[in-house]
Design a protein around this ligand. Sequence first.
Ligand code: ADP
Length: 327
Amino acid sequence: MTTGQDLELVSLTKRYGDTLAVDRVDHHFRAGSYACLLGPSGCGKSTTLRMIAGHEDPSDGSIVLGGADVSWLPPAKRGTAMMFQSYALFPHLSVSDNVSFSLKMKGVEAATRREKAGEMLELVHMTQFADRLPDQLSGGQQQRVALARALITNPQVLLLDEPLSALDPFLRIRMRAELKRLQRELGITFIHVTHSQDEALALADEIVVMNNAVIEQAGPAREVWGAPKTEFVARFMGGHNVIALPQGHFAIRADHLALTNAAEGRLDGRITGVEYQGANVLLTILAVGDQEVSAVLPEDQFFENPMQPGAEVGLSWKDSALHPVSA
Ligand code: ADP
């Protein structure tokens, strides 16, 4: 059950001189959801996050949390907390003191601070490290401390800016699961900025795809991946082709294309590449109209009738596999 507060961005805008970093963004983040802001570098994700956190003033528009306009409140008064990419731990303070630092600023007495920090460290499974200094911890452990430090303020919304990008691939996948667990346990809203499609798909209840300072598409992960609305989203999310047909442009999943004999499909082409991927085989096909198309076949199916580059083939699909996309 969720008792949290919804977060609304209303025509939120940020200009840096002539650069429009965020352009009249409207969005409603549901209380208790895990949202990922996803998009290429420079599209405005971090700026949006920093405005929500209060680390950046909006040029226009507003940020509304639980019905109250928080656009001009200082970060600590908003009900949000931010976890930074660099963790930004104080090197001379113990783990416990790092975690309870904001309580010290509020004048909370030492015993209560220690107790609260203990609860937070338990939540992130770091109890036994309470008295260490940050440089005696691994990257993953420092990150848990940074999380505990953000969560001790009891935020309605936790903001995470590329939280996994400093970790090695193995740890990244472990911490990803950990973030998901924490969000579920706490039931608060997480807004997580990432440029990784895999990360967003693995974590998000809702994916918000940004491009050029605006939201291109937002929705449940399966919907954004499975039914992209624009050519950009189809290409950016991956696993799709955008094909031009007489009726317009359509996205179709690479694993929803089937191969036929030449002239027996809906589009003819020639195989230009065959890549074995283990469970699947990825075929690159140059189709009529100079369109490069990818098809993914289960490996057992491919090897029943293996094909080589140069082979002429047809491509077919079910009507329901086509999604019209705008440019
Ligand atoms: P993302 O997080 O998606 O990579 P950012 O929000 O960091 O993108 O940046 C969006 C745009 O705003 C970019 O063009 C970037 O160069 C510009 N920008 C970001 N921060 C500043 C700043 N402090 N001063 C000037 N331009 C900035």
